[in-house]
Every structure is written in structure tokens, then in C-alpha cells.
Design a protein around this ligand. Structure first.
Ligand code: PMP
Length: 380
């Protein structure tokens, strides 16, 4: 079977070097290999989100577990949460709050836009909230939120600021210490380019203190205080860590740091510009407003005459997998991920496949126009 290029907004393509690390032996979760490899993975994670002190966690699960863990470990009894929602995954944060009975309010950005920082300023001025949550990049709407500005507003207000970086961390800058972010949560399968299977969190010292100040939380596996001793000394036992997946995560963080964070962020920006220039050339527009476009995925509007299922299945035949619209956006858009360890050659292959697909569907455009537009940017 021909291998397909996976350009959904996560999982992203896994580099052979990371895949190979999955075939290392399964070692004891409390043995000497993990004693060395887990801490160095966590140290790399902290470096990637610019967190000098604080604690990192990698636990078997996915991004949604990391979302739950962030809330469960910081929202104390009687406290109120403010959810800044830029789409489906912001709303999921609110659903998790509702599930655990946490009092919360949601403020949403306009369609295709993030919550305006001025709104956050106003809402949090009265000291009503203990925890503020924002998705960095919402994978439904493609909206990239100004988390740096949010952080600046929240500094000194004594609130815990949680950022869902599932579609951003490791691909878009997130400076926890400098921007006043208390928790970055993410998962392995997006900008790290590792296979799915790990919930990842980095907590500032303040966030760890917050958890310590809470007497009990309605969680067992998700209790970060149960995991902390294992993260510091993996020879201790709480629940069996997925050792092979941790080995792959280590490799993926090593790839990130070897590339260099600044270079990696610039590469993501350039890839996004190249892909969007090509898509525009082919007649597409985007759901997301220009100033909120994310470097990690594009949410692309279909034009009349382009059927979602037909387009995506033909593109699949041509070697590329993209995602449809999520929830109420199904059928109106397709979503194309451009995150992780995507190479220039892969981008050009994808755009060529896209042009072939449009051609086969009878769409009129100048063949090669998209590719040329992308190449001009990639070659800068
Ligand atoms: N947050 C965001 C921004 C996401 O994109 C996703 C997954 N698409 C999640 C959370 C949930 O992650 P998972 O599917 O790994 O549970």
C-alpha cells in the first residue's frame, strides 16, 4: 500500500528517526534506562517552552487528558474559571469544567478570531477568577490566540494561566517564564511529530505550589502530586509509564532542540506562508481572519462546486491526507496541518497532489501556479 502523507492537523508525519526509536526494547519502567531517559525528556520539554524552574510531566493518554489534568490540579473548591474560547477545543475546556462541577464562564472570539485582549482585561479586573484557560491554536477554527498578550494582562493578578498548546507547542513560540504562563499542556502527536499516546504538561513553580495548596482533588490517575515523585525519580512506582512512547518523545524533543527553537518557529511560519500562498493562487480562501492565522494549520474554505468527500478522497488517492471540518464546520472547509517535522519536499509533494486533484475535478487554474508560489517562499 502506498504510504500517504499525513497532513491532518495531528498526528503529523513521524520522522523515521522517531519511528525507529519506537523499536527500542521495552525496558523496565523502574529500571536504569527510564531513570535516565525520562528526566532528560522532561528537561527538554521545559527548554522547549522556556520554563527554567517548574515541573514537566508526560503521562500515557492524549491531549484531552492533559486538559483535564491541568484543570483538576489547579481549580480549588469554590473557585471560578474563565475560559477563553477560540473554537471547539476552548469549548471542550468548558465541558471539562462542567463535568467536574467547576464554576466557569466562557468568552468566545468572533468567528475566525480570538478573544480580544481588552475583553480579558475587563473580565479579570474584578478578581472574580482564580484560573484562566486559553487554547493557543484552536484546531477547529485555525485561530491562533495572542497568548503573550493574555499573559501580560494576567501578570500580577494572582490567577493561574493555562495554555492548551496541543496544536502549537514546539512549533509556535511559547515562553512560559517571560509571558507569565503557569501551565502549558500538549500532546505528543502534533508539533513534536511523535506518535499519539502521551499527555504532556509543564507547570510553573507557582502552579505546582497551587496544587500543593489544595487539600484534595477529584482525581487519582490525574493527580499530578502522585506523578511528581516518578517524574523526579522514575525508579519509584505509581502507575506504569509507557516506556517506548517516552523513548520516542525523547527523540522528538531532541530533534526539536537540534534544529533550534528559533529556526523551528521560523520554519513553521515559512511553511504556513508558502502553503497559503499556493492555496490562494489556486482560488482558495481561509476561514480564519488574517491576523489570527496559525503557523501550524490552515482551515480552508471550499469554493462552490468542490465537494468535501470527493475532494478529500481524490486527494487521498493522490497520496495526501487532509482533514474535514470539525463539528458544525464539516463539509464547509478542509483542514491542512503544517506542523512538526514537515520538509520542504513534503510540502511541494502535497501541493502537487492538490493541483492534480483540482484538475481531475475540473477546476480551472494555471497548472503549477500554486507550486511556484510556494517555492518562491520556501526558497527565501
Ligand atoms: N486541544 C487542541 C487544541 C487540539 O487540537 C486537540 C486535538 N486535536 C486537543 C486539545 C485534544 O487532544 P487529543 O485528541 O490528543 O485528546
Amino acid at each position: 500500500m502506498m504510504e500517504k502523507l499525513l497532513l491532518i492537523p495531528g498526528p503529523s508525519p513521524v520522522h523515521p528517526r522517531i519511528i525507529r526509536s519506537l523499536s527500542l526494547p521495552t525496558v523496565s519502567h523502574v529500571g536504569p534506562e527510564m531513570a535516565e531517559e525520562l528526566p532528560r525528556t522532561l528537561a527538554n520539554l521545559k527548554q522547549i517552552v522556556f520554563c527554567k524552574r517548574g515541573e514537566a510531566f508526560a503521562v500515557a493518554g492524549a491531549g484531552t487528558l492533559a486538559m483535564e489534568m491541568a484543570l483538576l490540579n489547579t481549580v480549588d473548591k469554590g473557585e471560578r474559571v474563565l475560559v477563553l474560547s477560540q473554537g471547539y477545543f476552548g469549548n471542550r475546556m468548558a465541558e471539562i469544567c462542567a463535568t467536574f462541577g467547576f464554576d466557569h464562564d466562557v468568552i468566545a472570539g468572533e468567528p475566525g478570531a480570538a478573544v480580544i485582549p481588552g475583553r480579558l482585561e475587563k473580565e479579570t479586573a474584578g478578581g472574580k477568577y482564580a484560573v484562566v484557560v486559553s487554547t493557543h491554536v484552536d484546531t477547529q477554527t485555525g485561530v491562533c490566540a495572542p497568548v503573550r498578550e493574555y499573559g501580560e494582562i494576567l501578570k500580577g493578578r494572582g490567577m493561574t494561566f493555562i495554555v492548551d498548546g496541543v496544536c502549537a507547542t514546539g512549533g509556535i513560540e511559547e515562553r512560559m517564564d517571560d509571558w507569565g504562563i503557569d501551565i502549558v499542556l500538549t500532546a505528543a502527536q502534533k508539533c513534536f511529530g511523535a506518535p499519539p499516546g502521551l499527555a504532556i504538561l509543564v507547570l510553573s513553580e507557582t502552579a505546582v505550589e497551587k496544587r500543593r495548596s489544595m487539600k484534595s482533588i477529584p482525581a487519582y490517575y490525574s493527580d499530578l502530586l502522585r506523578w511528581l515523585p516518578i517524574m523526579k525519580d522514575p525508579t519509584r512506582y505509581f502507575s506504569t509509564p509507557c516506556v517506548n512512547e517516552i523513548r520516542a518523545l525523547y527523540e522528538s524533543t531532541a530533534v526539536v532542540l537540534e534544529e533550534g527553537l528559533e529556526k523551528r518557529f521560523i520554519r513553521h511560519t515559512r511553511a504556513a506562508r508558502a502553503i497559503r500562498a499556493a492555496l490562494r493562487e489556486l482560488g482558495f480562501g481561509f476561514f480564519t481572519r488574517e491576523e489570527f492565522l496559525a503557523d501550524t494549520l490552515s482551515v480552508v474554505n471550499y469554493f462552490p462546486g468542490l465537494d468535501d468527500k470527493k475532494f478529500r478522497s481524490l486527494l487521498y488517492e493522490n497520496g495526501v491526507v487532509v482533514a474535514g471540518g470539525l463539528a458544525e464546520m464539516a463539509g464547509r472547509v478542509f483542514r491542512m496541518g503544517h506542523m512538526g517535522n514537515l520538509s520542504a519536499a513534503q510540502i511541494l509533494f502535497a501541493l502537487d497532489a492538490l493541483e492534480k486533484t483540482l484538475r481531475a475535478m475540473g477546476i480551472a487554474f494555471e497548472l503549477g501556479a500554486g507550486l511556484r508560489a510556494a517555492q518562491a517562499i520556501i526558497g527565501e
